[in-house]
Design a protein around this ligand. Structure first.
Ligand SMILES: [Zn+2]
Length: 284
């Protein structure tokens, strides 16, 4: 078995465990419950789950998606979250690490896992209750800038320039979002963007830099706009009915992290030829 294959298996197992925790956090955080206590239990009958019922991916299959005591269905979403996290953790191994080796490679791997997991949690929270918690975004920003500096040091370059570029990208993303939100609210007469969307955009700026965040924003706006249009035409959304934009931002941010640098440039040139010039002028 090659090293990469072994790394992928480890990533899948660890990712499924983290996915299980993300599902639990997405359920408990909006309800103000502790993440550590009590142990995992059925929300309907309160029975504490046995260890094998808690096994990521396998527990749900073993129970056939229902509580053993009260037969209340266990959401399929929990199982999908575990599977998706496992798949994304493997994608981080396969797509972002082969290009870097040594300490920088390990750092990039850990950073990728952390970013993808954090974005997935924000996606679930926003999907459920239009909620992108400020503390999570604040920590996402701090960890993103720290990672940027550490990655530069690990590859033997000065952390100052990337740190300045990524801080600027975060600030501009936040300001840009607030401005677009204000304009939208002014035009539509109702809040056009949630307050958390700009903060999540700032997090993406801190992690991805100017070029990356512009690509992520472009992808999020295109996919979100297309979704809104199709959902409206299909009758799933009423006129002016809001839908969370965080999931589009989080998905786009994760995809950009997984996209190799040269392909990012090509995509940006394709989607936003005029913005690419600004991005190159910013140096990142
Ligand atoms: Zn039960």
């Amino acid at each position: 078995m090659s090293v990469l294959a072994m790394e992928s298996v480890v990533a899948a197992v660890l990712g499924a465990c983290v996915g299980s925790f993300l599902g639990l956090a997405a359920w408990r955080l909006p309800r103000g419950e502790s993440l550590t206590w009590p142990a995992s239990h059925c929300p309907a009958c309160g029975r504490t789950l046995a260890w094998r019922e808690n096994l990521p991916l396998l527990g749900w299959l073993w129970l056939r998606g229902r509580c053993r005591t009260c037969s209340v269905p266990i959401p399929l979403r929990d199982w999908l979250t575990e599977g998706l996290t496992a798949g994304l953790w493997v994608a981080v191994v396969l797509l972002t690490t082969p290009a870097t080796s040594g300490f920088a490679g390990v750092l990039r791997l850990l950073a990728g896992w952390l970013l993808i997991s954090g974005l997935l949690l924000l996606l679930l929270l926003d999907l459920d209750g239009f909620w992108l918690p400020e503390p999570l975004c604040r920590w996402g920003l701090i960890v993103g800038l720290t990672t940027t500096a550490l990655l530069a040091v690990a590859t033997g370059t000065s952390p100052v320039t990337p740190l300045v570029h990524h801080s600027l990208a975060a600030a501009l993303a936040l300001l840009g979002f607030d401005l677009v939100g204000m304009l939208g609210t002014w035009c539509l007469g109702v809040p056009a963007l949630g307050g958390g969307d700009g903060k999540l955009a700032a997090v993406l700026g801190a992690w991805l830099g100017g070029k990356g965040v512009m690509l992520a924003l472009a992808l999020a706006v295109f996919s979100g706009g297309l979704f809104g249009l199709l959902a409206r035409l299909g009758g799933c959304l009423k006129p002016r009915q809001p839908f969370p934009f965080g999931p589009f931002l989080a998905t786009a941010g994760g995809l950009v992290w997984l996209t190799p640098e040269p392909l990012q440039r090509q995509l940006l040139a394709l989607l936003l030829p005029w913005l690419n010039t600004v991005g190159l002028a910013l140096g990142n």
